[in-house]
Design a protein around this ligand. Structure first.
Ligand code: ATP
Ligand code: MG
Length: 425
């Protein structure tokens, strides 16, 4: 035997219940997004490296050390997308979608970051992202939050905390940066290695540190919230009013700064304590400057991304993914003479009952082994044919989930009878 080849570290296969959980989240999210009038956009997984460097920011963790970057055969530097917003912004600019238009978009797919793999943190992971272009008011920020709240409800998740903050305008943040650097410089001895580096490059990110030793220093730091510009302050107040009207609870977290550079005004995260350190399942905010920063006409924008692996583990830990039966009708067909008309009947049933799963026993086998499979499939009924039934143009109907005698139906009446049976359930 040849040596096995394994998957790349931090890149997972999903099958069985994990695949079911992923599908359930995506389908539920799409249903919710459609309710709010959002539309799907599909984007490449690979973009020019420059796009991420310019949008996410040169001194962020992602661009500094997490990107999968390589040269293609032509010598161009390309990167596997570490997140979806940059590509989405590139696409709306390139396709002229922001010219006097409002866009409300969603996408889903794999993202890639070279991180240390651990629970809730992988090198290939999936995000469901939502972006709105052309709207600057707090109402759309509130809408984005409202639709995530609706999604949690549909998924059966009730233990998520909403944290919000405002990053203010670029100017306000710049002024605050000086105040923060001044404070932190007076406590250099308490800064860890990462933070000492960030003090020079990206001091705001120090507030985002997950190092428990720095917690008290960060808690005592001057707050951006106290240095906001008037416009951002009003925007934030309005956001809170909307959330109050909607009955959506939130916590103002003055240290919420987010990992990426491009945010301004509203930032928010949905956090759980049930996943250990990797507790943020959804994160986003406003990024009014980004479209212009990557070469488009100035366009306000707001959005978020959900980490689907973290939502998957929440659902699986709580057994919130219903086991979906593989079949509703299982065709027990003994002998090739039965398989041939059986396959035709199965197609007819799929045609007249589009919501009913009709599963063939393929590959033959005895009555006994086929009934075993029928039972395991979760089907409500088994349709049975062997040589006798074929000769008489009949089908046996066995009820697998109820006390009811087996019946025999003619091929002519089968479709109507089975349709009736499922309609009455
Ligand atoms: P963190 O602080 O956990 O590293 P982040 O700020 O880097 O998160 P974002 O870039 O905002 O994360 O991504 C949005 C969401 O995507 C996160 O809240 C998380 O749920 C998910 N996510 C980010 N990185 C990973 C990863 N490596 N593996 C799994 N999920 C991830
Ligand atoms: Mg990260």
């Amino acid at each position: 035997m040849s040596k096995q080849i394994s998957a790349i570290r931090g890149m997972n296969d999903y099958y069985g219940s994990s695949a079911q959980a992923l599908d359930f989240i995506v389908e539920t999210a799409e249903t919710v997004l459609h309710q709010y009038g959002y539309q799907s956009i599909r984007l490449p997984i690979v973009e020019k490296t420059e796009l991420f460097a310019r949008s996410i920011g040169e001194v962020t963790d992602i661009v500094e050390k997490e990107m999968y970057t390589f040269e293609d055969r032509n010598g161009d530097s390309l990167t596997l997308r570490p997140e979806g917003t940059a590509g989405c912004v590139r696409a709306v600019i390139e396709n002229g979608l922001t010219h006097n238009q409002i866009q409300k978009l969603y996408y889903m797919g794999p993202m890639f970051r070279y991180e240390r793999p651990q629970k809730g943190r992988y090198r290939q992971f999936h995000q469901f992202g939502v972006e709105v272009f052309g709207l600057s008011n707090a109402d759309v920020d509130a809408e984005l939050i409202a639709l995530t709240a609706r999604l949690w409800d549909k998924l059966g998740l009730d233990n998520l905390e909403l944290q919000i903050n405002s990053l203010g305008s670029l100017e306000a943040r710049q002024a605050y940066k000086d105040i923060l650097v001044n404070y932190l410089s007076q406590h250099k001895d308490q800064l860890d290695e990462d933070s000492l580096r960030r003090l020079e490059t990206n001091p705001l990110r120090i507030l985002d540190s997950k190092n428990p030793d720095m917690k008290s220093l960060i808690e005592a730091a001057p707050k951006l919230m106290d240095h906001l510009d008037e416009e951002s302050k009003a925007h934030f107040e309005l956001l809170k009013t909307y959330l109050d009207d909607l009955g959506i609870e939130y916590v103002v977290n003055p240290n919420l700064v987010r990992g990426l550079d491009y945010y301004n005004k509203t930032v928010f995260e949905w956090v759980t304590t049930e996943l250990g350190a990797q507790g943020t399942v959804c994160a986003g905010g406003r990024y009014d400057g980004l479209v212009e920063q990557i070469g488009g006409k100035a366009t306000p924008a707001s959005g978020f991304a959900m980490g689907l692996e973290r939502l998957m583990s929440l659902l699986m830990d709580k057994n919130l993914v219903a086991d979906v039966a593989e079949a509703d009708i299982f065709m027990v067909l003994v002998g090739d003479a039965a398989s041939r008309p059986g396959m035709v009947i199965a197609e007819q049933l799929r045609e007249s009952l589009p919501d009913v799963k009709v599963v063939m026993n393929c590959g033959g086998g005895s009555f006994k082994s086929q009934f075993k499979k029928a039972d395991k499939s979760g089907a409500r009924i088994a349709l049975i044919m062997a040589e006798d039934e074929v000769n008489n143009q009949q089908v046996g109907v066995k009820f697998l989930r109820e006390e009811r005698d087996q019946v025999t139906l003619g091929w002519q009446s089968l479709e109507a009878e089975i349709t009736n049976y499922f309609n009455e359930l």
